[in-house]
Design a protein around this ligand. Structure first.
Ligand code: NDP
Length: 375
């Protein structure tokens, strides 16, 4: 309690600001680059539930989802998640993007047990909540975790969203964990970006054998993270190169599209092997066909592909999704603080240059993460 009181005194300016407005980058409509707007006049989110944790944002990072959401991707499903019974203000705007946060707790709800003002924390912000391209953010206690001590806020902000995504895909959909992964052969496609560079390190920390596909100029990066075998997808037929190797226990597909037409026959047949793609049509399907029809279409697609692959070769076909999970980030913290997982920050921008950070993201060819320093 005394820690809370002294922190509140020390941060009396922040407390004052909690009642008023904060600065943030927002969009007021879906669109392209021009819709990004800086404001100092957006209402500061407050602790509104006993399990809320109110955080001053020190750094955030961008993900492909930010670009997609800027253009309206997932708007229908996210609106439903935000306001299931259409009780509140149904407008998504002004919408704050940004899915990662590393920062310091400034206030907590009455039932928050694991955090106190002054704690350094990190989190991945669910897409249905206001994002972290802002001075402050309010999250549920269950989404937040104590930040690793050994890295800066800027470095820490590069990890949570890709970590929660990779863990959800590898553990929940892929059935791997520290106990089951040793010596498993895993293929990661699109390994040079945010999810890939994190997944490589997690799987190597667990003792798996990791093969990746990436461009030739990313080979040094992925080898430095511990990859066992690299296939340059720009040098000839990638499927042919991978077919020459032993078959895999799991594929984590970060590329999607045509990849799934050739990747599944690289898996060991009839031995519980799994293909997990992060590029699923669920949200785009609901965007185009409406919530009910789009969900049914996506469900049928998943069901048909899963059945077809199970019947033909006994492999599991699954879709992977980001899932908010503070306790999972606790495990990642241990791996970061023990040096087994390194942040991979490709570019860093100040808060004033968020549009430039988006331009960097739009160029593609990520080699790790693009981070924004907020404070
Ligand atoms: P990034 O943009 O950070 O990385 C993508 C990487 O893939 C880049 O390094 C790119 O480099 C490489 N790449 C592109 N084309 C190919 C190819 N044909 N073969 C091999 N590598 C390729 O994305 P993230 O890592 O953050 O995310 C990966 C994917 O997962 C994205 O599509 C994202 O939208 C999705 N995702 C889905 C989530 C979910 O909940 N379903 C959550 C998070 C991410 P280069 O072009 O130079 O080769």
């Amino acid at each position: 309690l005394s820690k809370k009181t002294s922190f509140r005194r020390a941060f009396s300016i922040s407390s004052h600001r909690l009642q008023s407005c904060m600065s943030a980058w927002v969009i007021d409509q879906y669109g392209t680059h021009a819709v990004l707007r800086y404001t100092e006049d957006i209402t500061t989110p407050a602790v509104s539930s006993p399990t809320d944790v109110h955080v001053k944002v020190y750094a955030t990072s961008l993900n492909p989802l930010d670009l997609a959401m800027r253009g309206g991707y997932g708007a229908k499903l996210l609106k439903l998640r935000r306001d299931p019974f259409s009780l509140g203000d149904s407008s998504a705007f002004p919408l704050v993007l940004g899915r990662d946060v590393s920062g310091v707790v400034v206030d907590c709800g009455s039932k928050v047990a694991h955090f106190a003002p002054g704690d350094e924390v990190w989190a991945a912000v669910p897409p249905w909540k206001q994002g972290s391209l802002a001075e402050f953010i309010t999250l549920s206690e269950y989404e937040v975790s104590h930040k690793p001590q050994s890295v800066s806020h800027t470095e820490a902000a590069s990890i949570p969203y890709v970590a929660n995504t990779a863990l959800s895909a590898l553990v929940n959909a892929g059935g791997l964990c520290a106990e089951t992964a040793p010596n498993k052969r895993v293929l990661i496609t699109g390994a040079s970006g945010g999810v890939g560079t994190f997944s490589i390190q997690l799987l190597k920390a667990w003792g798996a054998h990791v093969t990746v596909t990436c461009s030739q100029n990313a080979e040094g990066l992925v080898r430095g993270l511990g990859v066992d075998e690299v296939v340059d997808y720009t040098a000839g037929d990638v499927h042919e190169q991978l077919q020459a190797m032993d078959r895999f226990d799991m594929i984590l597909d970060n590329v999607g599209g045509e990849t799934e037409q050739w990747a599944l026959d690289l898996l060991k047949p009839w031995s519980g092997s799994k293909y997990v793609t992060l590029v699923s049509p669920l949200l785009s399907s609901t965007d185009h066909s409406g919530l009910l029809s789009g969900s049914i279409q996506a469900g049928c697609t998943l069901h048909n592909k899963a059945l077809q692959n199970m019947l033909s070769s006994g492999v599991f076909y699954r879709w992977g999704f980001y899932a908010p999970d503070g306790p999972a980030l606790d495990e990642v913290r241990t791996l970061v603080d023990s040096g087994k997982i390194l942040p991979v920050v490709e570019a860093e921008f100040p808060f004033t240059q968020v549009p430039q950070a988006f331009l960097k993201l739009e160029q593609g060819h990520a080699r790790g993460k693009t981070v924004v320093r907020v404070t």
